[in-house]
Design a protein around this ligand. Structure first.
Ligand code: SAM
Ligand code: SF4
Length: 329
């Protein structure tokens, strides 16, 4: 392969890194973690901002062009705005975003924008306060809505709202969310519930993208957008009068063939596939006396060993094995 950048054995170009900066969270979403939360990592086990930045810098030098900051809830980690500014300044970065549950966004949006963040994805599974509390086990819908409003005011754009579609929980709100996308001129994406850890997985709640699209199609003439590459793994449709809706189907129609991602957990484990148990521990390289170039070699090796596809959802399927709050979703 002579083309510059990182390519795996299946000729996929790997140009997207998701950096989880904390395993902690101020919500307890039922599909992500148990009610008592996951036992928090010791502070010393979490990569420092300096260490995370070293990984980001090497990754960008190898051909990573897109970075997303995630968690846990990234906005609960102290100093996140300063970190965002340093990542955003890396030359060669074309897309820089953050995924948040939105609870702390109203206060942070302006400084994040000023620090160079370009856009946010906000996870919001319901527009009803009582359902919000049932899903996240905490109150807070009003704060998330205020966060979305502030993100829009300060020019973080485009704003994408991620909704995990859950049968019997928020499946009655699919059309409400489409109306929300129209009103707010934003993009709402419905994500299939993925098996992560045993206690967070209830297969009966999983609603497929086809089911979501059937509901949307009952009201709207959905116009597919042609902007496939910008949309990433989502299939996106324009709504009449403004706004977009999309579906992300990691299980029913997996997009492994075009997967371009690497993930780094907060404790420094590099994963080339969300559902693979294989990880490369970068922490010893970051903290020991590793030779210059060892980090780059580890990133290249992880890309090389990226599996062709996941088999979750098939017979004998396995789960992600880690809470999404650890892997960053
Ligand atoms: N706390 C932030 C948030 O919620 O946006 C960032 C981390 S969270 C792990 C990232 C994304 O993963 C969220 O959009 C969340 O809805 C999604 N997620 C978590 N567990 C999931 C599951 N079991 N199936 C599908 N999506 C999941
Ligand atoms: Fe926290 Fe995000 Fe997991 Fe919800 S999905 S518990 S907000 S990490």
């Amino acid at each position: 392969m002579n083309e510059p950048g990182l390519h795996d054995r299946f000729l996929r170009r790997i140009n997207y890194l998701r950096l989880s900066i904390t395993d902690r969270c101020n919500l307890r979403c039922s599909y992500c973690m148990p009610a008592e939360g996951v036992s928090a990592l010791d502070h010393g086990d979490i990569l420092s901002y300096e260490e995370l930045l070293r990984v980001a810098r090497v990754a960008v030098s190898l051909g990573i062009e897109k970075i997303r900051i995630t968690g846990g809830e990234p906005l609960v980690r102290r100093g996140v705005v300063g970190f965002v500014a340093r990542v955003g300044a890396l030359p060669g970065l074309r897309d820089f975003s953050l995924t948040t549950n939105g609870l702390l966004l109203a206060d942070a949006a302006a400084s994040l924008r000023q620090a160079g963040l370009r856009r946010v994805n906000v996870s919001l599974d319901t527009l009803r306060p009582e359902v919000f509390e049932r899903i996240t086990r905490r109150p807070g819908l009003e704060r998330v809505l205020a966060g979305l409003a502030e993100a829009r005011r300060v020019g973080l754009a485009p704003i994408k709202v991620n909704v995990v579609a859950l049968r019997g929980v928020n499946d009655g709100e699919i059309l409400d969310f489409a109306a929300f996308a129209q009103q707010e001129a934003c993009e709402v994406r419905f994500i299939e519930f993925m098996p992560s850890t045993a206690d967070a997985w209830d297969g009966g709640q999983m609603l497929t993208s086809a089911e979501v699209l059937a509901v949307l199609g009952s009201r709207y003439d959905l116009q597919p957008t042609t902007n496939g590459s910008a949309a990433g793994p989502s299939r996106t449709f324009r709504l009449p009068g403004g706004g977009l809706v999309g579906v992300i189907s990691p299980l029913s129609d997996h997009f492994c063939g075009s997967c371009n991602r690497l993930r780094l957990t907060a404790e420094g484990k590099l994963r080339s596939c969300l559902f693979s148990q294989e990880e490369t521990d970068l922490r010893p390289l970051l903290r020991g006396a590793a030779a210059a170039g060892a980090l780059a070699a580890a990133l290249r090796d992880a890309v090389h060993s990226k599996p062709e596809r996941h088999t979750v959802g098939e017979a004998g399927q396995h789960k992600c094995g880690l809470s999404m709050s650890r892997v960053g979703g």
